[in-house]
Ligand binder design. Structure first.
Ligand code: SF4
Ligand code: SF4
Length: 276
């Protein structure tokens, strides 16, 4: 059972927590998900350029790229591939990355205007007409997902297609994926499906396969978008052990409160002393 951030945010009666399971083992790198996201959400074009390291021409998540498909070439075989057979001695990893819709979302914690909010589906959404462009959320995200759009000066990221969820539709990226690499649904059901898929992939000889973001005890309380990876998270540019960046705020406020109380007591004693 996953955490229930919608209840914690004050929704008394709400739908099940929804999210993504992205199975990178069956991604073919077509980037249909990137295009569908841009089309549905009217996300502006932000230029195409090769990294110089791969055939990836959209490079990373940003305010104008809410789905990003990473391409990673590795000089090693995949699973039970035969060694030394023509050009089969390498594998090409592909993974469609997205906002993680964290259980403990630092972007939401630091937003001073309430532009970022938790939806009834447990996801995290930015309201661009409420954002004041302060940018506090940008360094707060442990995954580097959220950014400030240059053309408008306000923050932008994946909404998990909040408008589509509201009318019972699946997100545009999941709808467009021809291989079902992106699977949308109730998070608890997706986690069971992911565990079964991991067993299959490992049985096929890919010992390095693992789930990423599925653990409710990790540094962000588990994510609403989690992944089956075929290698270490760092290989895909993902942080290996992300931690909610506002984790220490309560103790910092406590320390600040104690310091303020001591200061006020000192002023009171000095004032009283000067009068006697
Ligand atoms: S859920 Fe919607 S907004 Fe988020 S990446 Fe997919 S298409 Fe884009
Ligand atoms: S649409 Fe599906 S298969 Fe194509 S790049 Fe995106 S995740 Fe991969």
């Amino acid at each position: 059972m996953t955490a229930d951030p919608a209840t914690e945010s004050g929704y008394a009666d709400h739908p099940k927590r929804m999210g993504f399971f992205t199975d990178t083992s069956i991604c073919i790198g077509c980037k249909a998900c990137e295009v569908a996201c841009k089309e549905w959400n009217a996300v502006p074009e932000d230029g195409l350029a090769f990294t110089g390291m791969s055939y990836d021409n959209t490079q990373s998540l940003s305010a104008d790229t809410w789905r990003h498909v990473a391409f990673v070439e590795q000089p090693r075989p995949l699973g039970h591939q035969q060694h030394g057979f023509g050009d089969m001695d390498f594998r090409w990893l592909m993974a469609s990355d997205v906002c993680k819709h964290c259980t403990h979302a630092a972007c939401l914690d630091v937003c001073p205007t309430g532009s970022l909010f938790r939806t009834e589906f447990g996801t995290v959404v930015v309201q661009d007409d409420v954002c004041n462009g302060c940018g506090y959320c940008v360094p707060a995200c442990p995954y580097g997902v959220i950014g400030k759009r240059e053309s408008t000066g306000v923050a932008a990221k994946c909404t998990l297609c909040y408008d589509r969820l509201g009318v019972g539709q699946e997100p545009a990226c999941a709808k467009s994926c021809p291989t079902d690499s992106i699977q949308f649904g109730e998070l608890d059901e997706l986690r069971e499906r992911a565990a079964r898929r991991l067993e299959q992939v490992r049985a096929a000889g890919v010992d390095s396969a693992r789930l990423y973001g599925h653990d409710p005890d990790d540094g962000v309380g588990g994510t609403g978008a989690f992944f089956l990876l075929l290698d270490e998270p760092e290989v895909y540019g993902l942080p290996p052990d992300p931690v909610v960046t506002t984790r220490d705020l309560p103790s910092m406020w406590r320390q600040a409160g104690i310091a303020a109380a001591v200061l006020l007591a000192g002023i009171a004693v000095a004032t009283w002393g000067s009068r006697t």
